[in-house]
Design a protein around this ligand. Structure first.
Ligand code: SF4
Length: 368
């Protein structure tokens, strides 16, 4: 094990915590209701639409790509809620969307009647829960009564909307979470039959490492237990090793993929960390406060990031082959990895570019 990883293992709970105390968290209700909206995933093959329960996310993943979009689109509105810098403060605010059943049903009908030829083929006619937040996050509020009220509202948003989708449409649902709280809704998921797939983001099995990159998300061990429980409950499960960190070496990736292989998921997605907005600065700040040294040098230049990303994608691909799960592997290489200058550094540029095209246009599995 490298020195870098040793430092990560030695994290002590008494080090200065970068996380806000509950009283610092901007938690409340957003002005716009929760509806089904078209999403704009590029080459992910996750869904055609998204249902997002909140603006913000209490899991506070340091690499998260969402705040760049939040900064651009919702910065002025977030300022009214006391959020000065939506990117730097990511993880400190959770604004649950209100429920308006008429508006939700209108959005459901609009999605339902969309002609298939107008839909991206890789979306599987599915709605993802969620694309810009987590559907099963812990709501923290300094007032315990208010906290219970908000937590109940968050749960209502998920359950009521799912019931309406199940009973009043033919659309599919993709759940994606980092939280074992989803276990409470397995009965509801089961009632969808083949119309619902349940997935968990599991970049590593190492709880200590995840604590650095995803400081307030439930530990990977809890997520793996939730996946196993979902499998036992008869749900259609998938896994997202997303994103794996620079510290996820071959041994770590093998351990994660071995555990994943035992679940026989319908799809295993993977991506490394892509550089988005200020996410590298967030990762570096977290490491500094926790007193650990991470391999953030891989983000220093375009070339060093490309080397890390290509290496991680290649390693996962090889390990999936070794473990016999390559058929259902779905890599998410960033579009920028298709640059001519990078391809020319490969032993076989044509083959490399063809592989990227394969992954970018792959349609993920859906239960038959
Ligand atoms: S759970 Fe998802 S949305 Fe929430 S902080 Fe982590 S990556 Fe971002």
């Amino acid at each position: 094990m490298s020195l870098v990883l040793d430092r990560v293992v030695q994290i002590q709970p008494r080090v200065v915590r970068p996380l806000p105390r509950p009283t610092d968290v901007r938690v409340g209700v957003w002005h716009a209701p929760a509806v089904i909206a078209e999403n704009h995933f590029v080459y992910k093959s996750l869904s055609n639409w998204a249902f997002n329960v909140a603006v913000g996310c209490s899991h506070a993943c340091r690499f998260c790509y969402v705040p760049s979009a939040a900064t651009i689109k919702q910065g002025p509105k977030l300022a009214e809620y006391g959020v000065k810098d939506p990117d730097a403060e990511w993880g400190d605010y959770v604004l649950l969307r209100p429920w308006n059943e008429q508006k939700f049903l209108a959005s459901l009908r609009s999605a339902e009647k969309t002609p298939p030829k107008q839909l991206k083929a890789d979306g599987n006619r599915a709605i993802i829960y969620c694309s810009t937040t987590d559907p099963y996050q812990v709501i923290r509020h300094p007032d315990s009564a208010r906290q219970r009220e908000l937590a109940a509202h968050a749960r209502f948003l998920v359950r009521r909307s799912l019931e309406l989708i199940r009973d009043q449409s033919t659309l599919n649902v993709r759940i994606l979470t980092r939280s074992p709280l989803a276990r409470a809704d397995f009965d509801l998921f089961k009632s969808f039959g083949k119309r619902l797939v349940f997935g968990v983001s599991l970049p590593t099995l190492r709880n200590d490492l995840a604590k650095v990159y995803e400081p307030k998300a439930p530990a990977p061990s809890q997520r793996l237990a939730a996946l196993r429980a979902a499998k036992e409950a008869g749900l259609h499960v998938y896994v997202a090793l997303a994103p794996t960190y620079p510290e996820c070496d071959e041994a770590d990736l093998r351990a994660t993929l071995q555990a994943v292989a035992e679940l026989d998921p319908i799809t295993t997605f993977h991506e490394p960390i892509n550089i988005r907005a200020e996410n590298v600065a967030r990762i570096e700040a977290q490491a500094k406060v926790m007193g650990v040294r991470l391999r953030t040098e891989v983000f220093a230049t375009r070339e060093s990031w490309q080397d890390y990303a290509v290496s991680a994608l290649h390693t996962v691909s090889e390990l999936a082959r070794e473990l016999g799960i390559e058929k259902h592997l779905h890599l998410w290489p960033d579009k920028s990895l298709g640059s001519r200058s990078l391809a020319d550094r490969m032993p076989n540029p044509g083959k490399y570019l063809n592989r990227l095209e394969h992954w970018w246009h792959r349609v993920s599995e859906w239960p038959k």
